[in-house]
Design a protein around this ligand. Sequence first.
Ligand code: KG4
Ligand code: ZN
Length: 358
Amino acid sequence: MIVFFYGNHRVLDPVVLGIETSCDETSAAVLRGGKVLSNIVSSQLEHSEYGGVVPELASRMHLRNIVPVVQRALEEAELGFEDLDAVGVTCGPGLIGALMVGVSYARAVGLAMDIPVVPVHHMQAHVHALWIEYGDRLKFPFLCLTVSGGHTQLVCVEGPLKMRIVGQTLDDAAGEAFDKIGKLLGLPYPAGPRIDALAREGSVRYTFPKAKVPGWDFSFSGLKTAVLYFLRQQREREHNFIQKNINDICASVQANIIEVLVEKAIEAAEAMSIGRVAIAGGVAGNSLLRARIRHEAERRGWAVYIPSMVYCTDNAAMVAMQAALHLSCGAVQPYETVADPALPWIEEIDCQCATHES
Ligand code: KG4
Ligand code: ZN
């Protein structure tokens, strides 16, 4: 059960509208007491021909989509604006124009309905996606490998409002590596899911170097360059090398990225004596990553938390979940509700509730 206070009101199992527009997904979700009543995600396919997200195009698409997407989320939840107790909105990190659409819309709803608007950190919301399905079954601390198109982080999660980054990428994110290598292979953006699907029909026949980065950090830009030179060399010998070997190339690239991620996550958890691991973010939808992290955790008798696919890639349910957790913990909002492309990571947010006191 989730309870929060707004002025003198005690709100039980609040109805929270979540809004997510940080990149190329326009999403709105309605949660009641932490349960998802609706989660609408409209992905902008318009970017695929450009090989990456075009910021201007993303802002314009969000502007077009935000009203119908929220409308559908409310309709599916069988609720109206008057039923909402709070709004949660992604304030950053992300693309400034894209974020501004969601933030402006959320603030307008808050003002019109006289309800609180909770600023949400996108990467922490990816971690909070775990609460949707696991809720009270989550035990702390756990180590979460958060892998998306813009970030790759190892996060030590000590409570809903207490999470520390212990490692991260020094250059490209894991999702970015999938997308950029996919572009070299002529695959449309986002290439991650395509590489995953093609790899299932192939085998690991080519080896690429793995960056040796000290500590718990990662580096993926070298892999992209290695694949670029490898493809150039092979195509000089055989012009249709990519077309003929696409499945094996995808399987080899995927194995390289996923092994680096899993090895580091497991090593870090072992070194920190944390017998619980989790994955989150778009790349957590990767079938090999899901299987490998589960295998390595179970082999050690560890708990493993893996969200459903729909809560891995960008979605507003995770945003509403973070907002609900902040409200139920009586958290003093750490951010202003303004779009901030470089929104900082706050390790510990002031928690007012008895259950999560440290
Ligand atoms: O979390 P997300 O939806 O958006 C960001 O916050 O960036 O992550 C998107 C990223 C993209 O790079 C996409 O290629 C990657 O996640 N991705 C995958 C898979 N599904 C999505 N990468 C590998 N395998 C997948 N199945
Ligand atoms: Zn994301």
